[in-house]
Design a protein around this ligand. Structure first.
Ligand SMILES: Cc1ncc(COP(=O)(O)O)c(C=O)c1O
Length: 397
């Protein structure tokens, strides 16, 4: 980001920001006006409560129940809490669950800011193996757990984390078989540890909403403490910085709430009030109906440019995602893409930035992957960035 600011000619496919052109200015303006017109005291400009606005929590609980038929009839309100983006919830969860040297099992590849957080807290990330198609390799994970048992470290595994829908960075979603298979494997090993499902991109689907239930909606996870995390930043406005969690375990929730009290005793009430307004008046969903096809067009602009520029013939592999903000590319094995690599430096010289894939692994990083974000740039700029990237790829191919 610093490089992009210094050199305006650089086109950044690196930052996971949303598109400023489609941010919901009118919806936010209408929400603020509606709040200002409301009779009585401007409670939305007052401190709120630690767990968040009751009305917003109720709306979000209702949305979750709509998505998960299995949760119908359940009253989730008391278990839903609001945070400063889902990022804060991740931090609260880790602080509560883990001590230094503890282990968290993570997806592969995984959300690199979470991995950085683990490293910062002295917590060890261990990847759950995947097959060539990127699906969870459950026998491989079983072997990995055996290894941890042999070294006496299995009881240091304190949590499991994965990004389940249109992942950052891979763009992939876990299917129901992977989710239930994982639950069974962990239960078979007696490893009934807290699981964190990060669903940050679930709302950003291009076609139909994903049919795969989330962890709280799957029977096999019932015995596990579950934290389901989602956010209103990516699907609506990143600048409002409001995320939320649904935690099935009362003790875990109380401990996170105490910690949140130490951080801030509640996420900004005003931004929550705006979101409560837009969810209630339907403008949140109207906004989603605009951004979903807009992001799909942007994804296609980048994806099709890379195809047209001959990357597949050069041995580059990737799949067009069905939602989210990212393309995850694997270069032919010999091309290393790390920050200090000649390939990365050549891309910067050519005027295009990406996130080196090696940052996205809890351990045993692949050195030949890149994450390209199509969130920020307009379609023309994405095509130009794609051409620049492809020029460098051809030189190294
Ligand atoms: C997978 C994932 N989880 C969580 C977050 C945190 O998002 P926020 O704090 O805006 O909700 C991000 C942001 O990029 C993300 O990609």
């Amino acid at each position: 980001m610093a490089l992009a600011l210094e050199n305006p000619r650089l086109l950044s496919l690196a930052a996971g920001f949303t598109d400023s052109r489609t941010l919901p200015v009118a919806a936010v303006q209408a929400a603020v006006s509606a709040l200002a017109r409301r009779p009585g005291e401007p409670e939305y400009l007052q401190y709120g409560t630690n767990l968040g606005r009751p009305g917003l929590r109720q709306l979000l609980a209702g949305r979750l129940v709509c998505r998960e038929p299995a949760l119908a009839g359940a009253d989730l309100r008391e278990r839903v809490f609001i945070t400063n983006g889902s990022q804060q919830a991740l931090y609260l969860a880790m602080q509560v669950l883990c001590a230094e040297r503890d282990i968290v099992l993570v997806d592969r590849p995984s959300y690199f800011v979470f991995l950085e957080m683990l490293a910062g807290l002295g917590i060890r990330a261990r990847s759950m193996p995947v097959d060539a198609a990127g699906r969870l390799d459950l026998p491989g994970l079983g072997a990995r757990l055996d290894g941890l048992a042999r070294t006496g470290e299995l009881d240091r595994v304190k949590a499991v984390y994965f990004v389940s829908y249109f992942s950052n960075p891979s763009g992939r979603s876990l299917d129901a078989g992977e989710k239930t298979g994982l639950a069974r494997l962990l239960a078979d090993r007696g490893l009934v540890v807290p699981v964190i499902e990060d669903a940050a991109y679930r709302e950003l689907h291009f076609g139909e909403a994903p049919a795969t239930p989330s962890v709280p909606g799957l029977d096999d996870w019932r015995g596990f403490p579950v934290l389901y995390l989602a956010t209103l930043t990516k699907p609506f406005a990143t600048g409002l910085k409001v995320g939320y969690g649904y935690c099935t375990n009362a003790d875990w929730l109380v401990r996170m709430a105490h910690l949140k009290g130490h951080h801030d005793f509640g996420t900004a009430n005003f931004t929550q009030a705006i979101l409560e307004e837009v969810l209630a008046d339907g403008s949140f969903d109207r906004h989603l109906a605009i951004v979903r096809p807009a992001y799909e067009r942007k994804m296609r602009a980048l994806h099709e440019t890379l195809e047209a520029e001959g990357l597949p013939a050069g041995g580059w592999r990737w799949a067009a995602p069905e939602g989210g903000l990212y393309l995850w590319l694997e270069a032919p094995g010999a091309i290393e893409t790390g920050l200090a690599s000649p390939f990365c430096q050549a891309c910067i010289a050519e005027g295009v930035l990406y996130v080196p894939g090696e940052l996205c692994f809890g351990d045993e990083p692949l050195r030949n992957c890149v994450r390209l974000s199509f969130g920020v740039l307009a379609e023309d700029a994405l095509r130009e960035a794609g051409r620049r990237f492809a020029r460098v790829a051809r030189r190294f191919g």
